[in-house]
Design a protein around this ligand. Structure first.
Ligand SMILES: *Cc1c(COP(=O)(O)O)cnc(C)c1O
Length: 428
């Protein structure tokens, strides 16, 4: 007999859904097993499972929930729009307003297409980069994640790395050979590659701040160096900001490093928890897509008024309330507390943080790339994870993911989390 309602639900899930999950990163494979918890609702900084247990949530659904769960402004926007229809299949004022808002807010974003997921955003940006340059090769970085289109699964991180894969099965060799994964933060490796193959490269694609091998910041000059290499070889620079846009500031993360790419990919954080993605950039490049250009991208649900209204409501709140300094302050508090506890208990850790987003790696030394992230001790993380879960603190179940302190966490949640983590470190 299952021990809980959650276990009982998950048994049913496993019978009809592969592995019981609709996205592999939700499985507990990366934390040495156990049964994923079936969550029934979210409110503010908290998740509640089907047995009525509450958890402080730092997973934020892998990034979208900058304002936490069921924020009143977003909920009200969804409620209002639901009564007006969720899809028109024709241009709608809300999609136009969202596109305008993104273009007026994001440096270098002149034209934008709305799509429904981050996967579509990247897949489409890569396609028009290929159409625009007439080249096929894409340079990306090992351990990054850019969604699950065929090409982007080559050398991927995040959930792909968590289940122990590099390039999964089912990707045609012809697709694989046009994608090259290089080490993040290694400008010399990119320079060498571009010197040899630059005239075949359509785009250099990068998460300006890595969020899928855990959080890894670009070292000084790395992004500017990529921009220079792309320019010198007439390739495009694409920033995948699906996690990072509106996460550290009201705008994109690339701005923090003074670099503007040719194209951006957006997702998670611009939908307020609804399916919403976007890609765009220089108008001249975006002119490559139909109905004005020779390339093609489409979407039945693209620009739907429900997701557009939710996204606009979220952006309104972020613009008006500027929660970022408080997210940074609480992120730092949690960061310093965790590192102090680990050190007192003799557990080697390395913590990378930007604002309210961070990864606690169970390893010594600075983590600056995927190889460094993979050094994080999987067994230790698994034990730490299960202790936190039992104490009512919910993280993404992988040592290669991030903690997200959102606009709705307060000192109360941070203090409670540190009580639970103190016990967890003591038990390691
Ligand atoms: C999550 C993610 C994607 C894929 O987005 P989906 O909405 O899951 O398709 C793409 N790029 C980055 C950087 C991501 O973190």
């Amino acid at each position: 007999m299952p021990a809980s309602a959650s276990d009982s639900w998950f048994l049913r899930a496993r019978a009809v859904i592969p592995g019981g999950v609709n996205s592999p990163s939700r499985s507990f494979q990366g934390i040495g097993g156990g049964t994923p918890v079936v969550m029934v609702r979210g409110r503010g900084a908290y998740l509640e499972d089907v047995d009525g247990r509450r958890y402080i949530d730092y997973q934020a659904a892998y990034g979208p929930l900058v304002l936490g769960h069921a924020h009143p402004a977003v909920t009200e926007a969804i409620r209002r729009q639901a009564g007006e229809g969720t899809l028109t299949g024709a241009p709608h004022p809300l999609e136009i307003e969202l596109a305008e808002r993104l273009c007026e807010t994001i440096e270098g974003l002149q034209q934008v297409r709305l799509v429904s997921t981050g996967t579509e955003a990247v897949m489409s940006a890569v396609r028009i980069a290929r159409a625009y340059t007439g080249r096929n090769r894409v340079v990306k970085f090992r351990g990054a994640y850019h969604g699950h289109s065929d090409a982007m699964l080559v050398d991927a991180g995040s959930g792909v790395g968590t289940v122990g894969m590099t390039t999964p099965a089912g990707i045609p060799a012809g697709v694989e050979q046009d994608v090259t994964g290089l080490p993040y933060n290694d400008l010399a490796a990119v320079t060498e590659f571009m010197e040899q193959h630059g005239d075949a490269v359509a785009a250099i694609l990068v998460e300006p701040v890595e969020g899928n091998m855990g959080l890894v910041e670009p070292e000084a000059g790395f992004l500017a160096g990529l921009a220079e290499l792309a320019r010198a070889h007439a390739a495009l620079l694409i920033f995948d900001e699906v996690i990072t846009a509106f996460r550290f500031r009201y705008g994109v993360a690339g701005f923090l490093y003074g670099v503007t790419p040719d194209l951006y990919c957006l997702g998670k954080t611009i939908g307020g928890g609804l399916p919403q993605g976007a890609y765009g950039g220089r108008a001249e490049v975006m002119a490559a897509v139909a109905p004005i250009g020779p390339s093609y991208q489409a979407g039945t649900l693209a620009g739907n008024p429900l997701a557009a209204r939710a996204g606009l409501a979220l952006l309104d709140v972020l613009r008006q309330e500027n929660p970022y300094p408080e997210m940074e302050r609480l992120g730092k508090l949690l960061h310093e507390g965790l590192v102090e506890q680990a050190s007192r208990h003799g557990i080697p850790v390395s913590l990378n943080r930007l604002g309210g987003m961070f990864t606690l790696f169970f390893t010594e030394g600075v983590v600056r790339d995927y190889d460094g992230a993979l050094r994080s001790d999987a067994k230790r993380f698994a034990r730490f994870y299960h202790a936190l879960l039992a104490g009512g603190v919910y993280l993404a179940p992988s040592r290669l993911e991030c903690w997200f302190v959102s606009a709705v966490h307060t000192e109360r949640e941070i203090a409670r989390t540190l009580e639970v983590s103190e016990q967890a470190f003591a038990a390691l």
